[in-house]
Design a protein around this ligand. Structure first.
Ligand code: HEC
Length: 208
């Protein structure tokens, strides 16, 4: 067997090349992510020192100074400028320049931006948890959307029906109308509509 044939050298070189690349990326990758971490840690530190008392540790808001969550759609640059000029409230000079930028980066990534909000609050309804009816509606909506039809009609509200006796007998139906809110009041005689003559009646609201 020839030890140093051409093929052997080729594979040997290729293997070392791959190992070399892996080592390179592992090291540079670590260095890069280390940098990002250091930055956001600095931003976090400043935020906790100078902002959290009014905005909460995770931007959830603090009663009564600023109860709303700290969310919005400014870019990091715009956010940094806003912070530089106005925050902390009444003492904007306490967070300027690189500090303002670090804080802006931190809050933007952690909870302020739309992406962060979506990451922190994933939609509650998972597809597999839809009920049969919700699932059918979803599919129907989806199918309709391809036809470019308006999905929401102009009529809004629930269908209110009064029956002048107990039960849902059609012959007893005296009132049928679309109402925007469920609002029922009983007059002196204890009936919700003039057309009902008896004390016994049935009322239904239908719709969604
Ligand atoms: C003393 C309480 C207080 C401190 C400390 C404070 N803020 Fe504020 N912050 C407020 C109030 C009050 C507002 C609302 C100001 C307004 O609407 O004019 C606000 C508004 C903001 C907004 C704009 C929110 C929006 O969408 O309108 C941002 C961003 C913000 N603060 C970031 C920060 C950062 C970053 C720090 C720390 C450097 C900080 N704040 C420190 C009280 C504070």
């Amino acid at each position: 067997m020839k030890f140093c044939n051409k093929n052997f050298r080729k594979t040997f070189l290729r293997d070392w090349l791959i190992i070399g690349c892996l080592v390179f990326f592992t090291f540079t990758g670590n260095r890069l992510s280390g940098k990002v971490c250091a930055q956001s840690r600095q931003g976090e530190k400043i935020y906790l020192q100078k902002c959290a008392k009014c905005h909460g540790r995770r931007g959830e808001g603090v009663e009564p100074v600023y109860p709303e969550p700290l969310v919005g759609d400014l870019s990091i640059k715009e956010l940094a400028e806003y912070i530089e000029e106005t925050m902390p409230e009444k003492k904007p000079e306490e967070c300027v320049g690189p500090e303002a930028t670090e804080v802006a980066k931190h809050i933007h990534y952690q909870f302020y931006s739309i992406t962060a909000q979506a990451r922190n609050k994933p939609p509650r309804v998972a597809f597999s948890r839809l009920t049969n009816r919700q699932y059918r509606n979803c599919v129907a909506d989806l199918a309709l959307s391809f036809q470019g039809e308006r999905r929401i009609g102009t009529k809004r509200g629930l269908t209110l029906r009064h029956y002048k006796n107990r039960g849902l007998n059609k012959n007893n139906l005296v009132v049928e109308k679309l109402v925007p809110v469920v609002d029922i009041s009983f007059d002196k005689e204890g009936k919700p509509d003039e057309k009902i003559e008896f004390e016994k009646f049935t009322t239904t609201w239908k719709g969604s």
